[in-house]
Write a protein that binds this ligand. Sequence first.
Ligand code: ATP
Length: 310
Amino acid sequence: MEAIVTRGLTKYYGNILALNELDLKIEKGRCVGFLGPNGAGKTTTIKILCSLIQPTKGEAYVNGHDAVKEPAKALRNVGAMVETPEFYSYLTPSEMLSYLGRLRSIAVTDLRTRINKVLEIVKLSEWASTRISKFSRGMKQRLGIAQALLHDPPVMILDEPSLGLDPRGMYEIREIIKEAVKEGKTIFLASHMLREIQEVADSVALINKGKLLAYDRIEKLENFFRATKIHVQLLQPIPQGKLAKIEKLDHVKAVTAEEKSLTVSFDGTETEQAELLSSLVKDLEVPVVSFKPSLEALEEIYLKLIKEGN
Ligand code: ATP
């Protein structure tokens, strides 16, 4: 059984289409990054999964429980931090978590142990009795994760957990997520920051304008979109006519030229790269000084997909 499933998930806000037939399946124990630019539909998806809003159409399940039809059961299986968490600032973490624990019907006998445990996980044990009003943004984000972990849910959904944090704060959040993954929890992590996702997730679901553009393991995505960029250094600039001839060579998708260099977008194998080099030097008499292939990084794939989706 999957930890998260959405089928044909669609959401309109008035006449704004925020989610467009989103199909997603996340296996248990995976850490999946939900990546997309602002307004892509990430928060909307998360809010539906957390039963905070209803979809216009389609279904959403958490650990097999329908988030629309059986929200209480679905919610028992998920811990979430949606947008920047706000707490009663006059309370201490201990008081806040105790209040939330009672709201979530955690047995009184277990509650104290759970509170100590989650505060330890997010490294706030020393601050358990300090008022939240004294907390930095990073500490509040960590407390947000602590409340998501309180009822020990198998699935965690985090919406931009590092938003507005400095590098140290981001690092701390990443470490907490990595620990949760090690413990076997399923993590669904929305972010518009590719770096953050690459650091912790094993897979990425790319979304733009409410539509899923791609969803796979990070390394598979990179392989799938593999397009080699070959940087060719020249002894002297080449005439325009030669450039057109290069563009017609096998497996060449595009060529851009600067004064004494070329960038060739190429989708052939290594042997075909060797043939390309040979054609450049022998047939077209291009004065090649160096020939350096490099792989397109996930970042370029992301930007390209978003551009194509527009
Ligand atoms: P961000 O990273 O900016 O939060 P997001 O990927 O989470 O973006 P959503 O917040 O889900 O995107 O928004 C998707 C679309 O729905 C956007 O066009 C947004 O303007 C619109 N939208 C979101 N919430 C509402 C609302 N309550 N009323 C009207 N439109 C909304």
